[in-house]
Design a protein around this ligand. Structure first.
Ligand SMILES: Cc1cc2nc3c(=O)[nH]c(=O)nc-3n(C[C@H](O)[C@H](O)[C@H](O)COP(=O)(O)OP(=O)(O)OC[C@H]3O[C@@H](n4cnc5c(N)ncnc54)[C@H](O)[C@@H]3O)c2cc1C
Ligand code: SF4
Length: 488
């Protein structure tokens, strides 16, 4: 017992270490993940740095409240299968979160030893190691229900929110159908996030796990085109809307209609499809492929970072990121900005586009002006102000707009005027039940929160599954009672 306890708290003598990161020169040429994996001794050593806090702030600030100190201790003690059991008890996609959560803003940013300047425990990398090992050793099994229930649920959207809800509900014995308009399941994990952050086999093996569990997938099925919401409500005992947010925010600048000015998600989807081996004419023709081009990406969030780094890997001649504020005020993760800089991206801070210049209908440049950051507004961020006479032109053959996403008009798309949405277009839910304005129709993930994170979509998917289960139990009970009354 004493020996085990002594194994922890090693941060005083053991330095923080991440798994090896591939050299920028090598990773510029492929879409493989940039971090390697710990080996067992590396994972044990890094786990043993945890200070086993009485109040673990890492766990408090993890949206899934993962039991981090406990699985770090189990890993440090070499009890990896138990660490896996504990890690997977609170998360449906732990090896994915280990890879792509912005840990600096969540668990690791709140680690006590990070606060005391010793450098955080590398929680995300250890979570990835535990769960990748579980896959390698065959510990990850489909959660087959102990008994089947008579009711069925329809889930619109196969992203992380829909996948987490599907696994939870199927484990309880419901017949679960997932409808997705894409040809592959995974949502933005499949078609938005590039392979250098999340290789696609990692998503695929989770989708297969759900299929093995008995979840029924309907791909190329768009609600609004192939069925209305009313059709799904008639077919299932409850419905979940987990459709994410896909309407790209646009830029109203002269010249926007020129060719080769495209929204970020279109660009990333094409690149991901090409990586998955699909035939993509727009890529093959060179039209939407950055190879040999001067690329300008507009925006400062994580989507912009994914675009600039994709363009580098496609062999762009130059890649510039145009952002109206400065580095300190960027919404994107600093870790990703650093990775992008290492790979050769040039950041043009405090600059905003004014118009696009073109020749023969195709963009040739971005006319921009410099920005002064003025006094802070109500949100505490400095207000960008244009500096008069500061205009200049950046050469560009491909411009990618990464300005964020809004929800689509779901009531119109689904043919259901009774579906209440907020003034931003997100689905309005009762926060106690996660049910929308329509009886038996629930909502979760980005379509409720607005553009957010995979880990929050998983959290919502797990929570909504519990609420749907309560609703379905009540509905089954009411049905049994009604049948008994009718029989009397
Ligand atoms: C480029 C990019 C990079 C990102 N990087 C990160 C990151 O590094 N880390 C992180 O945590 N988060 C990241 N995010 C955010 C994260 O991907 C989302 O927050 C998360 O995927 C939301 O999950 P969701 O299940 O709500 O929706 P989504 O993942 O968007 O899935 C929704 C699904 O619904 C389907 N759908 C939509 N409408 C219909 C319809 N009418 N009928 C049928 N199906 C429909 C879509 O095809 C899609 O598959 C990134 C987002 C983008 C765009
Ligand atoms: S899910 Fe994300 S926030 Fe939670 S422990 Fe894992 S990496 Fe950290």
């Amino acid at each position: 017992m004493f020996a085990m306890a002594q194994k922890m708290l090693q941060f005083v003598r053991t330095e923080k270490r991440m798994p090896d990161k591939r050299e920028a020169a090598a990773r510029r040429h492929d879409f493989d993940e940039i971090y390697g994996e710990f080996d067992q001794s590396g994972a044990e050593e890094q786990s043993s740095r945890c200070s086993q806090c009485g109040v673990p702030f890492c766990q408090v600030h993890c949206p899934l409240h993962n039991n981090i100190p406990d699985w770090l201790k189990l890993t440090a003690e070499g009890r990896l299968e138990e660490a896996y059991e504990m890690s997977s008890a609170t998360s449906n996609l732990p090896e994915i979160c280990g890879r792509i959560c912005p840990q600096d803003r969540l668990c690791e940013g709140n680690c006590t030893i990070e606060q005391s300047t010793h450098g955080t425990v590398t929680i995300g990398s250890i979570e990835k190691y535990i769960n990748d090992t579980a896959w390698d050793r065959g510990w990850v099994k489909p959660r087959i229900p102990a008994r089947e229930r008579a009711q069925s649920v329809g889930i619109i959207g196969g992203g992380p929110g829909g996948m987490a809800a599907a696994e939870q509900l199927r484990a309880k014995g419901y017949e679960v159908h997932v409808y997705d308009r894409y040809d592959r399941i995974g949502g933005l994990m499949m078609y938005g996030i590039p392979g250098f952050k999340l290789e696609k086999y990692v998503v695929d093996r989770r989708v297969k796990l759900l299929a093995d569990q008995g979840v029924i997938f309907h791909t190329n099925f768009e609600v609004g085109r192939d069925a209305t919401l009313a059709d799904l409500r008639a077919k299932h005992d409850a419905v979940l809307i987990a459709t994410g947010v896909y309407k790209a925010r646009d830029l109203d600048a002269p010249g926007s209609e020129l060719g080769n000015i495209i929204p970020a998600l279109k660009y990333l989807t094409i690149s991901n499809r090409q990586g998955l081996g699909d035939t993509v004419p727009d890529y093959d023709s060179g039209a939407l492929n950055a190879s040999g081009k001067n690329v300008v990406v507009i925006g400062g969030g994580d989507t912009a970072m994914d675009c600039v780094r994709t363009a580098i890997r496609q062999g762009a001649k130059s890649v510039k990121c145009l952002y109206r504020r400065n580095r300190a005020n960027m919404p994107g993760s600093q870790r990703e900005v650093h990775n992008a800089e290492e790979e050769g991206v040039e950041f043009v801070w405090q600059s905003a586009p004014e118009a696009f210049e073109g020749k023969d209908g195709v963009v040739t440049g971005v006319r921009a002006h410099r920005i002064h950051l003025g006094v802070a507004d109500a949100s505490g961020r400095q207000t960008p102000q244009v500096i008069d006479g500061s205009g200049y032109v950046l050469e560009a053959d491909l411009v990618i707009k990464a300005l964020g996403f809004d929800p689509e008009d779901l009531p119109a798309l689904f043919g259901e005027a009774g579906l209440k949405v907020s003034r931003w277009g997100t689905v309005t839910v009762n926060f106690r039940t996660m049910m929308s304005s329509l009886d038996g129709v629930f909502a979760a993930g980005d379509i409720v929160r607005g553009a957010s994170l995979v880990v929050w979509a998983i959290r919502d998917g797990r929570d909504v599954a519990e609420h749907m289960h309560s609703y379905l139990l009540q509905k089954a009970e009411a049905g049994t009672t009604a049948a008994a009354v009718a029989a009397e």
